[in-house]
Design a protein around this ligand. Structure first.
Ligand code: PHB
Length: 366
């Protein structure tokens, strides 16, 4: 009997050869101009053993960046650069979604046009979080995050439009769809969190207001490329990037799940930061979100074959995403299916550099 994890999956526009997803992971290997490279195409093609690849976070503008060398999708050259990636992945019968991203307050002046301050939900910087930017001597380094400027109505409208344009560019580049990055302490998550979001306009305060920016963006992107090609990623209970404990967390994410249910989106992707060494999502909350949202659910966060299989068998997830285990094992499905040993990920080569620790992880040779 074949385990569910390795069976094909068909739903909405997802047509997947198995139920394994390569999770989005920042690798900081874009070329000058934040342009995707042939090496990136090779990296993703090696991992097209998954049913679905969700790309690393792709900034939607030059103000959306929180790290050096993250590939963009807002210039002609960047969009064209992604074409080699999607072609190489499709060649191996794997679907690919672009994760479109604005890091909000998780950024640094050295990454911003004219060294401006980053834009966030408020003017408060996230505690002791760092980002990968330039230090005072102009050398790449982990630096403390800069104080943000609160977004005004005009900036909010511009950002919504940037997500729409990024989604259109993604489709032009051959992506099967996009995942809006609503997780991990970045822009949308900053609006969702009732402790961070102290705004007094229609984007702050009530749960409807805190969810408004993400939902308006989902609607605008859906109108442009189709709800069935628009996924959303969230990280309930997330503490990464110095996100504070939120007493309204549960009601926020249940409201969001109910709203997304009405919109027939491609999938809801839930990242459990337990695998980042942070507190996990209470399983009861995942169950409640699952009950509210009847579309495809992807769970991510430190899964091995057994836990993945259990999540699928219990109906909690339709698909399971694998992060660092996919990073280190391009042939992860075959390894899990056969019980073969796994390569261990090398953290020193996660961000930046070339082929080392990127495209040189070996497949299992027996
Ligand atoms: C990271 O670069 O560590 C990173 C980026 C995006 C995420 C999570 C982690 O959503």
């Amino acid at each position: 009997m074949s385990l569910q994890l390795f069976l094909p999956y068909e739903e909405r526009t997802l047509s997947l050869k198995n139920r394994m997803v390569m999770a989005p992971m920042t690798r900081c290997r874009a070329a000058e101009g934040d342009i995707p490279t042939p090496l990136m195409a090779e990296y993703y093609a090696q991992r097209a053993t998954a049913g679905l690849i969700i790309t690393e976070g792709i900034p939607v503008s030059n103000k959306a960046r929180g790290y050096l060398w993250t590939p963009g999708i807002y210039t002609r050259e960047q969009t064209d650069g992604w074409k080699q990636v999607t072609a190489a992945v499709h060649e191996k019968s794997c679907q690919i979604y672009a994760q479109i991203w604005h890091t909000g307050r998780v950024s640094h002046t050295s990454l911003q046009p004219n060294n401006e301050q980053p834009e966030g939900a408020t003017d408060e910087a996230p505690g002791d979080a760092v980002c990968f930017a330039y230090d005072e001597d102009g050398n790449p380094a982990n630096v403390p995050i800069s104080t943000p400027v609160p977004l005004e109505a005009k900036g909010i409208e511009r950002i919504r439009n940037e997500f729409v344009q990024a989604a259109l560019n993604a489709r032009e580049a051959g992506m099967d769809g996009v995942e809006i990055h609503g997780a991990n302490g970045y822009l949308f998550d900053q609006f969702l969190n009732s402790v961070v979001n102290t705004r007094d306009d229609k984007y702050g305060g009530s749960v409807e207001n805190r969810c408004r920016l993400l939902l308006e963006t989902v609607d605008a992107v859906s109108e442009a490329i189709g709800a069935e090609r628009t996924g959303v990623r969230i990280s309930p209970n997330g503490k990464f990037n110095s996100m504070p404990e939120d007493p309204l967390m549960e009601e926020t994410f249940i409201h969001l799940a109910n709203e997304l249910e009405k919109r027939n989106i491609a999938f809801l992707h839930i990242n459990d930061q337990g695998s980042f060494g942070m507190p996990p999502i209470p399983v009861e909350l995942i169950q409640k979100i699952r009950a509210a949202f009847s579309g495809p659910v992807i769970l991510c966060g430190g899964y091995d074959a057994q836990r993945a299989q259990d999540a699928l068998a219990s109906g909690l997830a339709d698909l399971v995403a694998f992060g660092t285990s996919y990073l280190a094992n391009p042939d992860l499905p075959a390894r899990l299916q056969n019980g073969w040993p796994l390569n261990q990920p090398d953290m020193d080569t996660f961000y930046g550099g070339g082929a080392e620790g990127y495209t040189d992880y070996p497949v299992y040779e027996g």
